[in-house]
Design a protein around this ligand. Structure first.
Ligand SMILES: [Zn+2]
Length: 308
């Protein structure tokens, strides 16, 4: 969990920085457009006399809070509109130059956002951007490079399971496309990586062993199980009723099936030999060609799935 350090604005500045009581209804995401760490962003805010303020600054190592969450801040450029008067402002640091520290700051900001949502029983529909209120191109590096939807997916992946998983979509007509949404547990980062839909991306990070898999469909059921390295095929799981795998045991085999009448196609990337194996569609531990994805004994660091 990201460490949250409080450096609350001195009371004699409140009439400038946070004059109004506030009941938050949303979160407003910003990028600092700067290369300063969180502590500098907050100390600068607390020391100057500008009507500019925000609740949190997040960098690669910590979150610093400068304004109490029941006070408003001036950040959204909408005067006394909902952004400034009802929004919890999160500034993500190091957006000017980007790079590793920036990406870690994004990760930490997503974790903070997920925590704030979970505490309030909110969904990701409460997460908004500065741009929504004043048209300013902010959070600029998320809009230009990282992707807003990907950021929301990252937040979702860090939320508690119950609130992160939306109820299954109502069953669709047979002709309608079914998507598979999936994610994997990363044994290096020790967390669930963001959800992926169909072939828009792969789930995993090259070089990091996959230890567990989660999958669900937009309609119908998916069943799957994994084999862990040096071990056995673990029990089959259905949708997100459970995950398949054991934390900290790399998997070396994956098999999937669906009851939708369509075919689930899946492929894995091998970590050591650094290559994708062909897509398979079967569900049989004895069928080395098409019964499962993977080569027993070889760790997997990427998974791709789609429904045909
Ligand atoms: Zn902004």
């Amino acid at each position: 969990m990201v460490n949250i350090r409080r450096e609350i604005c001195p009371a004699d500045k409140w009439d400038i920085k946070c004059p109004n009581k506030m009941t938050p209804t949303r979160i407003v995401i910003h990028n600092t457009a700067n290369d300063a760490p969180a502590k500098n962003e907050i100390s600068y805010m607390n020391s100057n006399k500008n009507e500019v303020s925000f609740h949190f600054a997040v960098d690669d190592t910590e979150t610093v809070q400068g304004i109490e969450l029941d006070r408003n801040a001036w950040h959204a450029g909408d005067g006394n509109g909902k952004g400034n008067r009802e929004g919890i402002a999160i500034e993500i640091c190091y957006s000017k130059s980007g790079g590793e520290k920036w990406l870690k700051a994004v990760e930490n900001a997503a974790e903070l956002t997920a925590k704030l949502l979970d505490e309030r029983g909110w969904g990701t529909d409460r997460v908004t951007k500065h741009q929504d209120y004043s048209g300013k191109h902010c959070p600029h590096r998320i809009l230009d490079e990282y992707g807003w939807d990907k950021f929301l997916d990252l937040v979702k992946s860090k939320m508690k399971k119950a609130s992160a998983v939306k109820p299954a979509a109502p069953s669709a007509p047979a002709a309608k496309k079914i998507s598979v949404i999936y994610q994997v547990w990363d044994d290096v980062k020790n967390c669930w990586l963001p959800e992926v839909t169909d072939l828009t991306d792969y789930a995993g990070l090259y070089g990091h062993d996959v230890c567990a898999v989660y999958a669900r469909l937009t309609s119908g059921n998916i069943f799957y199980k994994v084999h862990y390295k040096g071990g056995v095929w673990l029990p089959e799981v259905k949708n997100r009723e459970d995950y398949a795998g054991l934390f900290n045991k790399p998997i070396d085999g994956l098999m999937m099936r669906t009851d939708t009448g369509k075919t689930v196609k899946y492929a894995v990337h091998l970590r050591i030999s650094d290559r994708w194996l062909p897509f398979v569609s079967g569900y049989d531990a004895d069928d080395f060609d098409n019964g499962y994805a993977g080569i027993i004994g070889q760790e997997i660091d990427g998974v791709k799935i789609y429904i045909e």
